[in-house]
Design a protein around this ligand. Sequence first.
Ligand code: NAD
Length: 250
Amino acid sequence: MGDSLKERVALVTGAVGGIGRAIAVHLAQEGAALGLHYLVEPDEVAKAFLTEFTQQGFRAKLYKADVSKFEDATQLVERVIKDFGRIDILVNNAGITMDRTLKNMTPDQWEKVIAVDLSSVFYCSKAVIGQMLERGYGRIIGISSVVGQKGNIGQTNYAAAKAAIIGFTKALALETAKKGITVNAVAPGFVKTAMTGQIPKEILDKIVETIPVGRMAEPGEVARAVLFLADEKSSYITGQVVNVNGGLYM
Ligand code: NAD
């Protein structure tokens, strides 16, 4: 617990999912006020998380929106700014997988993953950037993936979206480098969440055998990297990808 983010307002997309929750808790423990965004979880699950969160003394509000749609993402950002006055830290964490080999992948499965995992990053970043530029301060952090760096069978859609987040990060970092805004990405390896829970155990066991550290990551291990990049003092780190992958890709 600290107060390094005491004056800061953060919006985390997908904040009721596995990694999102850990990111929200890490930022709140440093004093940030949190916009907790969700979509797919039942409302009761999201509300229970908010209750658990605020009972620890953290400042937070819950927002439901489909960030794969431009209007919804823009409205989400507007609502958070209305409630908290501004957004200093945006964590583009919402994401899905729809795994199929290319031969079997439908255009819908391609488009859906690109919309949720990639277009949402453009929509939310675009919606916050104006006020960050005006105030001369901002931290934008995207959650990429090791799959965007080294590929993975059955994930052409997901790998394309996650690799594109890295290009987006570097381009926006250049555009905003002189304006007090840093733009970075965190690329996790395989993390214990509902997303990897969809992978059959025998395949997961085989994946774990290839991880040098010999195990999957805990969500908090990814959140630590996000917190580091979100810090005001990380102002000289921009356009970077921080790999949290147990040595799976170097
Ligand atoms: P998760 O399924 O637990 O959480 C994903 C979140 O995204 C959920 O909270 C969900 O509400 C939200 N979401 C899904 N569709 C949405 C939409 N259309 N609009 C708004 N929100 C939507 O998964 P997770 O493992 O916590 O994943 C978080 C991020 O980390 C994702 O971007 C994922 O690609 C990335 N990632 C995960 C792993 C892993 O091994 N779990 C590895 C690398 C990267």
